[in-house]
Design a protein around this ligand. Structure first.
Ligand code: KG4
Ligand code: ZN
Length: 349
């Protein structure tokens, strides 16, 4: 008798995207994402507004995900949701929805660590795509996190480096704000950088030993540089926008690639992957590909839709947890600062 392929409904509400996805085996049947324009006006995510927007969107987003996948609630084997880390009010919406849904429909509930989801997005089926081979290193770079993860198996990962202050995406967004861009400014820096000279301006790189990162000093260095330049010429930013974007992108990408290279000295793996919103950055993508070519490493870059927050990555992680029967009970609660050590499959070395 043929075994039924596991069908998982994934729910992601950790920050400012409400997302629901249906994954059948490793195939994505639907991956619906509702963004929140409201934060653009405020220069960053406003937690209270984010949770209100999730409340409005969660039911219609799940409805569309089911319709697009062409399945009914009865076809779902389990519901996987992001427990953390993230904004507590936002996480609570997805957690409450998933718990209520499972209670009402008698389905198993699975809690997922958002950071593990970013890594396992690499195991979604895509035509012509080779999945990473274990063990591999994943550089997970997003608006809230910067992690170097040694991935030994689907559910066995070690965080070997992390940021001590700002995340890489935060460095992009804060620099973008100084240049006058709306939130999130990371993609706009990327866009303008394409026209600029990455060596036009130089900024002090953080000097942190080991595999950890720090971006707050870089942010201050960019701020002082811009203040000084604008005192001499108030139109400095407008006149040099493309060069500024290219130089800022260059220094952030350089820091990431340097640490990755250092990690490979201790963990000499063949495969390297990137994940998280910042992995959409074209400078990072091209530098990583060049690095791979130079050092003969196999590079894995996710398609854009699986770089930024999405529920498909939560559903695929749910699939691996389902196979291990790693179910949650109704007492589970959201956790904003879900520590790596809370999970036996993602530990901080
Ligand atoms: O993974 P993600 O969607 O959400 C979090 O979990 O944080 O990442 C969002 C981050 C934001 O900081 C955004 O500016 C950044 O990813 N980002 C980019 C690009 N696209 C998204 N940063 C630089 N270049 C991009 N093309
Ligand atoms: Zn994320």
């Amino acid at each position: 008798m043929r075994q039924k392929v596991t069908t998982i409904l994934g729910i992601e509400t950790s920050c400012d995207d409400t997302s629901a996805a249906i994954v059948c085996g490793n195939t994505v049947l639907s991956n619906v994402i509702a963004g929140q324009e409201v934060h653009r006006l405020y220069g960053g995510v406003v937690p209270e507004l984010a949770s209100r927007a999730h409340q409005k969107s969660i039911v219609p987003v799940v409805d569309v995900a089911l319709n697009k996948a062409g399945i009914s609630i009865d076809d779902i084997d389990a519901v996987a949701f992001t427990r953390g880390p993230g904004l507590l009010g936002s996480l609570l919406v997805g957690t409450s929805f998933a718990k209520a849904f499972c209670l009402a429909k008698g389905k198993p509930l699975i809690d997922v660590n958002h950071m593990v989801g970013h890594v396992l997005a690499h195991f979604i089926d895509r035509q012509g795509h080779e999945k990473p081979k274990f063990p591999f290193i994943c550089l997970t770079v997003s608006g809230g996190h910067t992690q170097l993860v040694l991935v030994e198996d689907y559910l066995s990962m070690k965080v070997v480096g992390t940021t001590r202050d700002d995340a890489a995406g935060e460095a992009f967004d804060k620099a973008a704000k100084m240049l006058g861009f709306d939130y999130p400014g990371g993609p706009l820096i990327d866009k303008h950088a394409a026209e600029g000279n990455p060596l036009a301006f130089s900024f002090n790189k953080p000097q942190i030993s080991g595999l950890d990162f720090s971006f707050s000093g870089l942010k201050t260095s960019i701020m002082y540089f811009l203040n000084k330049a604008q005192q001499k010429d108030p139109d400095f930013i407008a006149k040099h926008l493309a060069d500024l974007c290219a130089s800022i992108q260059h220094v952030i990408v350089d820091v990431l690639i340097e640490k990755l290279s250092k990690a490979l000295e201790t963990y000499p793996v063949q495969d390297i992957a990137i994940a998280g919103g910042v992995s959409a950055n074209s400078g990072l993508r091209s530098s990583l590909l060049a690095f791979g070519e130079k050092h003969q490493k196999t590079i894995h870059i996710p398609p854009f839709e699986y770089c930024t927050d999405n529920a498909a990555m939560i559903a695929i992680t749910g699939k691996y947890l389902f196979e291990k029967k790693a179910f949650s009970n109704q007492h589970i609660s959201a956790s904003a600062r879900l520590e790596s050590s809370d999970e036996n499959y993602l530990i901080r070395l």
